[in-house]
Design a protein. Structure first.
Length: 242
């Protein structure tokens, strides 16, 4: 989201009253040096959260950043987000500083990528910023007795986080200059039976914009229909404001 003047942000928030929820940070946990899981508590009875729900936080006077829920517990009235510490933007600094006891406002947005309950196979593609979303989708798949697969482009130091969150998908090293190339190579190495199995699968693509673009093009070339693909770019190198 681009920068906006503070007065406009303040006015907007007054109009968005029913979408804004005061929250307390009740837990923070470092999954490793670069991924931080944060649990928020609030009165979410009117929030109507669905899996994949996107939310916004005002990270300073002029800027908001989007993040995605990884969990909603209606009984405890808590929700959780997995934040990637990219080491660059003001959002990163804001996440680094988040600590138990902080009081914030959470703005509820849409769920542009939604779990397709009637598909039996679910395929996840993304990066560090997608881990929260796919952790939730993976748990739904297991509960529904459905299957999930996937490939994430990650920095090597983050591979172990998939075990930490018990997300049973693979990872390849991300490459700044060749978006999605290693993931596409991984797909090419798959047994033809896998492609047969994925004929009715839903493919979810999130994370780096250029990786999504390349991976989508590849899927289309392999005969995956547009109806089977849901995608949402989260960020791109050199572009501020996710
Ligand atoms: C709908 C939506 C849902 C999202 N959900 C999540 C989520 O659940 N968890 C999460 O961690 N992020 C999520 N993101 C991504 C996050 O909003 C962006 O990464 C955002 O740019 C971070 O803000 P920042 O202030 O740290 O960096 P910015 O000020 O936006 O950017 C500063 C610099 O950092 C670079 N940069 C930004 N993100 C990355 C990255 N991941 N890797 C390398 N360089 C980067 C930018 O290209 C830019 O050059 C989501 C984004 C969207 C649009």
């Amino acid at each position: 989201m681009p920068k906006i003047p503070a007065w406009l942000a303040d006015t907007m928030e007054r109009f968005l009253g029913d979408k804004i929820f005061p929250v307390d940070v009740v837990q923070t946990r470092m999954l490793n040096d670069h991924l931080k899981s944060v649990t928020f508590k609030g009165d979410f009875s009117e929030a109507n959260f669905v899996p994949g729900n996107e939310v916004l936080f005002r990270i300073n006077r002029n800027e908001y950043r989007h993040y995605t829920l990884t969990e909603f517990d209606a009984e405890r009235q808590t929700c959780k987000i997995v934040f990637y510490l990219n080491g660059k933007g003001p959002g990163n600094q804001w996440v680094l500083n988040l600590k138990r006891g902080d009081q914030l406002k959470l703005l509820v947005d849409q769920a542009k990528v939604q779990y397709k309950t009637d598909a039996n196979q679910h395929f996840f593609f993304g990066d560090e910023t997608s881990i929260g979303l796919y952790d939730w989708f993976g748990r739904i798949a297991l509960n529904n007795d459905q299957e999930y697969f996937g490939i994430l482009e990650l920095k090597e130091e983050n591979f172990s986080v998939l075990d930490e969150v018990k997300l049973r998908i693979d990872a390849v090293i991300s490459d700044l200059t060749a978006p999605a190339r290693n993931a596409i190579q991984w797909m090419e190495n798959m047994h033809p039976k896998c492609w047969e199995m994925w004929e009715g699968a839903t493919f979810y693509l999130t994370g780096r914009a250029k990786s999504i673009q390349s991976f989508k093009k590849y899927l289309r070339e392999r005969g995956v229909s547009p109806k089977q693909i849901q995608s949402m770019p989260y960020w791109e190198y050199g572009r501020a404001g996710g």
